[in-house]
Design a protein around this ligand. Structure first.
Ligand code: TYD
Ligand code: MG
Length: 523
């Protein structure tokens, strides 16, 4: 009988150790080693490289002849074009860097119910509809359930229905990874989708599905499949309560691309974000909206810049996500708290910057917030961590505190310094351009921002009375807050107004559009 041996595998870095240790010597993580048993056959099979020709038994001459293991100068390595298979889902392709790379392995993680299976099924259907082929291996759902879902999806309906995709979209209800690999080798699909890695297993690894030992072996098998057949493999991974991919720092090391699928359960907006990408940038994000007929691509989070009066505690910002510019909406609430234990909470925003902005507003804006609870959030599931949102957050907080609102259609862009001055931010022209294109009437920018005329949208692309207003300090920016019509009827105006000079003309007002003489809200 084959002898098996016991090994200990680190959950964090995947290092192998012969005995249990409290701390992994490789990565320094505590209590991360997990025991697993390797059968003799599996150990032998797993000894060689995971792809390419097995080197076992080959002697040095043979190796030299085959060219394996010989170092060559970087300059003489032949250039390789990285071909891509576009999935046909624009937002998904953008995050991938133009499409899926053949022979690569992609891991997509996200909360349960966020839409991972839906996204993969749409990608599979879209690839099949474009002439490729896909094998959807589902270990979570039966083929009937997969078909039921597919028939609800617009992507499948567009492709002529599940039947029309015929042999090009295969479904396999299987949890044994060896059989999935075997099926993939036989049917030679363009992409193999495995939903999910936590529920597949290998029979020769004596550990439960989802354990570190199983995850590692199964993932290695799928990596091996991708590298040896050239099929791309997309794998779904579950995330823990804290939002990290379950178990697998290990998996993240093994695969080429790691995407995270995020979103608020209470909002339909979903964001696909690159966490690791060997073939592209991780700066890009893809935006989707969950609809009754599946995930639909959205160009940007919709922001109602016009219609209805502006409310106090509300501000818009133009934020960069990779190469694209998105409009974000920031809301703030200021409520009476206790001096010394006032709460400061940020949702979708940087909490430490919120604390800093409150201090700057106290010191340079004349606001007394020490005994006030301050809550600030970015709406629509958009996470904004960049300093460019400082001005908008500060204006939202001030507006909420003073019961004053920004003029309708105002977008505020700028970093707030500790001295209370406003600083310009990267890609300011693009941000201004995008804000105006999306209907902004007033764009507040730092006085030091350089915006060339050529960067402005053409007439007709933006509101005719749109203007770009330069402000130098946070105190000057607060002058743009005017008593709100919306809440004044219900709430009395507070006596502690810090900057009453709302009618003072702001510095450096410039017109963006060339037409229209109708009175702009300010300036
Ligand atoms: P699913 O892709 O199963 O999530 P995951 O695989 O990440 O667990 O999608 C789950 C949710 O999406 C489900 O609660 C219902 C919703 N949904 C829609 O709103 N519209 C649809 O067309 C589909 C397929 C799902
Ligand atoms: Mg699922």
């Amino acid at each position: 009988m084959a002898k098996s041996r016991t090994e200990f595998l680190c959950r964090e870095c995947g290092a192998n150790h012969p005995k249990w240790l409290g701390k992994c010597p490789d990565c320094g993580a505590w209590d991360s080693l997990e025991k697993f048993t390797v059968e003799a056959e599996a150990a032998k099979a797993g000894a060689g490289p995971i792809w390419g020709a097995p080197t076992e038994g080959a002697d040095a001459d043979e190796l030299a002849r085959s060219g394996i293991g010989r170092a060559i100068a970087l300059g003489s390595v032949p250039e390789a074009m990285v071909p891509r298979i576009p999935t046909g889902i624009g937002e998904f392709d953008r995050v991938l860097g133009g499409g899926i790379v053949p022979g690569s392995v992609l891991l997509i993680g996200g909360d349960p119910g966020i839409g991972k299976s839906t996204l993969l099924m749409q990608a599979a259907a879209s690839i099949a509809a474009r002439g490729g082929s896909a094998l959807y291996a589902s270990s979570e759902e039966s083929p009937q359930q997969v078909r039921l879902r597919a028939e609800r999806l617009e992507a499948v309906v567009k492709a002529g229905g599940a039947a029309a995709l015929g042999e090009r979209l295969l479904v396999l209800g299987e949890t044994n990874v060896a059989r999935i690999v075997e099926q993939a080798r036989r049917s030679k699909p363009t992409v193999v989708l495995v939903d999910s890695i936590q529920l597949v297993h290998r029979a020769d690894v004596s550990a439960a599905p989802g354990s570190i030992a199983q995850l590692r072996r199964c993932c290695l098998d799928l990596v091996g499949l991708a590298k040896s057949t050239g099929a791309s493999v997309m794998v779904v991974g579950h995330v823990t309560k804290e939002g990290a991919l379950a178990g697998p720092k290990l998996l993240e090391h093994l695969v080429d691309v790691v995407l995270s699928f995020e979103g608020d359960r209470h909002s339909a907006v979903r964001v696909v974000r690159g966490v690791k990408n060997r073939f592209g940038s991780t700066q890009e994000i893809g935006l989707f909206e969950m609809r009754g007929d599946g995930l639909a691509e959205v160009e940007s989070v919709r922001v109602p810049l016009t219609g209805g009066p502006a409310a106090p505690g509300c501000a818009f910002v133009s934020t960069m996500a990779g190469t694209r510019c998105l409009l974000g909406e920031i809301h703030a609430l200021v409520a009476t708290g206790f001096l010394g234990s006032a709460k400061r909470r940020a949702s979708g925003l940087d909490a430490s910057r919120l604390a800093m902005l409150i201090a700057v507003l106290e010191k340079h804006g004349g606001l007394r917030l020490a005994d006030q609870d301050v809550f600030a959030q970015s709406l629509g599931g958009l996470k904004i961590a960049e300093p460019a949102a400082d001005l908008a957050v500060a204006l939202a907080i001030s507006g909420a505190f003073l019961h004053r609102a920004l003029p309708q259609g105002t977008v505020a862009i700028g970093e707030v310094g500790l001295t209370g001055e406003l600083r310009t931010v990267p890609q300011i022209e693009q941000r201004v351009h995008e804000s105006l294109r999306r209907g902004a009437r007033v764009v507040l920018v730092p006085a030091s921002a350089r915006i060339s005329d050529s960067a402005r949208p053409q007439r007709g692309e933006c509101a005719s009375d749109a203007q770009i207003v330069k402000v130098g300090t946070i105190a000057r920016a607060l002058e743009f807050l005017t008593p709100s019509q919306r809440t004044l009827a219900a709430e009395p105006k507070p006596s502690r107004t810090a900057t009453p000079a709302a009618d003072r003309s702001p510095e450096g007002t410039r017109r963006a559009g060339s037409g229209a003489a109708s009175g702009p809200p300010i300036g």
